[in-house]
Design a protein around this ligand. Structure first.
Ligand SMILES: [Fe+2]
Length: 294
């Protein structure tokens, strides 16, 4: 009885998620986003911010990408890296490797992830996720109060032979509309696995089949000029509409650490959320954080 009820709820989430993935036309996705986003109401967010930009002047259109410059200084980045380093990583594609420290990443691992629940326990990270200017901007983009639907941090490891999974061009199709906020936690040059983004692709109706795309397919269609490699110092941040075509370039050398906060209208139906209790929630909005914090 209980199991069947759980399955029903689970199936409803999955059904919604997979239905959303079948809405291909941008025009239709945007129309649904507007309607659903508006139902979430509007929040008022105030207080100090890491952004120097005025959220009213920020735009993600038409490129699907907004550079925010340096938002954290060296010691602020170091604090987050230090806090993360107390946790173990895992390889999402090789569960048999178990958990390991970021100093001992197995040689076959290309991407070493921290667990969401661990990252959420870091106050500095959740303060960023709930930054008033970030929320104000995201709310404008999503037509209503956002939901933090993911918090991730991962090492991309250099010296591996070939790109795999998210290191190949793809679209994220997580909700009718969503946006990701990224901060580099290590310096990222062209050899250290920069984020690669295809300008304007978030707003066109090409390459809508959900799969990975080869470099040739993308370069031949869009042209080299549209392909943007995001080089940056540690502490630099940017918003990306990753419904647009993107990838993390396979690093040639070094190890790249990045922090990502995802905001969407709805929960991401394939995720298994395990909200945690935290000591000091700094008055975070309960609705926005409901998938992460009890
Ligand atoms: Fe992606």
């Amino acid at each position: 009885m209980i199991m069947s009820r759980i399955n029903k709820v689970l199936n409803k989430r999955l059904r919604k998620f997979y239905f959303q993935r079948q809405v291909l036309k941008n025009k239709n996705r945007e129309r649904i986003a507007k309607k659903q986003g508006a139902k979430n109401g509007i929040g008022v967010f105030s207080g100090s911010s890491i952004l120097k930009n005025d959220p009213n002047e920020l735009e993600v259109n038409p490129l699907g990408f907004t550079k925010l410059g340096l938002v954290l200084d060296e010691s602020e980045v170091d604090n987050i890296v230090k806090a993360l380093s107390t946790f173990k990583c895992f390889d999402g594609y090789r569960p048999e490797l178990g958990s390991f420290s970021s100093n001992l990443i197995p040689k076959e691992t290309q991407v070493a992830n921290y667990r969401r629940e661990d990252i959420v326990s870091i106050k500095e990270v959740m303060d960023i996720a709930n930054d008033p200017k970030i929320l104000s901007f995201v709310q404008k983009f999503l037509y209503g109060k956002p939901t933090i639907s993911n918090v991730n941090a991962w090492w991309s490891v250099g010296g591996r032979r070939s790109a795999q999974h998210a290191q190949l061009f793809h679209r994220d199709v997580d909700d009718y509309k969503f946006i990701k906020f990224f901060i580099y936690l290590t310096d990222v040059g062209i050899n250290n696995g920069p984020h690669v983004y295809v300008e304007t692709s978030a707003y066109d109706d090409n390459f809508k089949k959900i799969r990975r795309f080869t470099d040739d397919e993308i370069v031949n269609f869009y042209g080299k000029d549209k392909i943007n490699h995001v080089i940056g110092k540690k502490g630099e941040a940017y918003f990306v509409n990753t419904y647009g075509i993107h990838k993390g370039l396979l690093p040639k050398e070094g190890k790249r650490l990045i922090l990502q906060i995802q905001y969407s209208i709805n929960e991401v139906g394939v995720e298994t959320y395990k909200p945690i209790e935290i000591e000091n929630d700094n008055g975070y909005d309960k609705y926005i954080n409901r998938l992460l914090i009890k």
